[in-house]
Design a protein around this ligand. Structure first.
Ligand code: C2E
Ligand code: MG
Ligand code: MG
Ligand code: MG
Length: 297
């Protein structure tokens, strides 16, 4: 590693030497170890996808799941995405890893449908580099084809920051995905300093309000006003509104009072293993059948 950096440094002069050595030494031994083992994590099958349900506030029913990547490191145990996604992004490994997540999540959703469970959407996160990779649209099409999942049961999430970095590029890619029937969602909304008037140029279905707003909802009346305005404006633009990180009953009450549609948070469910998520969906399916007075098998 250090050799490579020095080589570039010599090539490009003194200032780069400074730059490269600083960037290397700023990485802790733990990060360097993670970086090394990340390269083999996919082939060693150390990744798992967990699923966090999204719940409709009015009906209390699960309308979707968000696929959240987990890395089970052989020595370090479970590594949080906030630790390894940036490394994967930096090294370009996010491309094969992201494709694996997409395939796994689509396959899972199709499997649930084939089991006879009520159809829900599967939301999958795309990082900046994934979104900007050449051939993303083709990859998504290929995976839908392979897994047999209909496009409208897949939702792709890009963050507000990714979306606004090059709005024209974003619009071109999202339009192609929209034409395929894929649903599109803005993640972590409110953190990227953009505005809905710019985002409304995009073919979006869903806006996810960042958890940091929900955390302050009941503590700061200004935040409550902001969230209310986001929900009002978003809904009037025809978007579905999902609140992330809902942990408290009072937060839920407020969100309900301002007509936010969906919530995702520990108050209802934490991210679940595929098996646990399947059980939860079965419980829901049975409840629904009883409510509809259907004949159970
Ligand atoms: P995100 O897409 O905004 O996902 C929501 C995060 O909030 C998840 O963290 C989830 O576990 C957490 N969360 C949900 N409800 C609550 C709550 O009530 N309270 C609190 N405190 N947290 C809650 P997680 O799984 O650690 O993921 C963090 C981020 O890593 C994600 O944020 C997403 O940006 C990224 N990420 C996760 N999986 C993938 C993936 O497959 N691909 C890419 N590119 N990024 C991913
Ligand atoms: Mg997300
Ligand atoms: Mg988010
Ligand atoms: Mg986030």
């Amino acid at each position: 590693h250090a050799d490579v950096a020095l080589y570039h440094a010599k090539d490009e002069g003194r200032n780069n030497f400074q730059f490269y050595t600083t960037s290397i030494s700023s990485k802790t031994p733990e990060i360097l170890t993670l970086e090394r083992s990340l390269r083999h994590a996919l082939e060693r099958e150390e990744f798992v996808v967990h699923y966090q349900p999204q719940v409709n506030i009015d009906t209390g029913k699960i309308t979707g799941m968000e696929a959240l990547l987990r890395w089970e490191h052989p020595d370090m145990g479970l590594v949080a995405p906030s630790k390894f996604i940036p490394l994967a992004e930096e090294s370009g490994l996010i491309i094969p890893i992201g494709e694996w997540v997409l395939r796994t999540a689509c396959r899972q959703n199709k499997a649930w449908q084939e089991e006879g469970l009520p159809a829900i959407t599967m939301a999958v996160n795309l990082s900046l580099k994934q979104f900007r990779q050449p051939g993303l649209v083709e990859t998504v099409a290929k995976i839908l084809d392979e897994t047999g999942l209909e496009a409208n049961f897949l939702e792709l999430e890009i963050t507000e920051t990714t979306a606004i970095e090059d709005l024209e590029f974003t619009r071109t890619v999202l339009q192609q995905l929209e034409e395929m029937g894929v649903h599109l969602s803005i993640d972590d909304f409110g953190t990227g300093h953009s505005s809905l008037s710019r985002l409304q140029l995009l073919p979006l279905h869903n806006l996810k309000i960042d958890g940091s707003f929900i955390r302050d909802l009941t503590k700061d009346v200004k935040v409550a006003h902001i969230v209310k305005a986001i929900v009002g404006l978003g809904r009037s633009l025809g978007l579905r509104l999902t609140a992330e990180g809902v942990e408290k009953q009072e937060e839920l009450e407020f969100l309900k009072s301002i007509n936010c549609e969906d919530v995702q948070g520990f108050l209802f469910f934490r991210p679940l293993s595929a098996q646990k998520a399947t059980e939860i969906l079965w419980d829901e399916g049975v409840k629904e059948a009883v409510e509809n007075d259907a004949v159970l098998l």
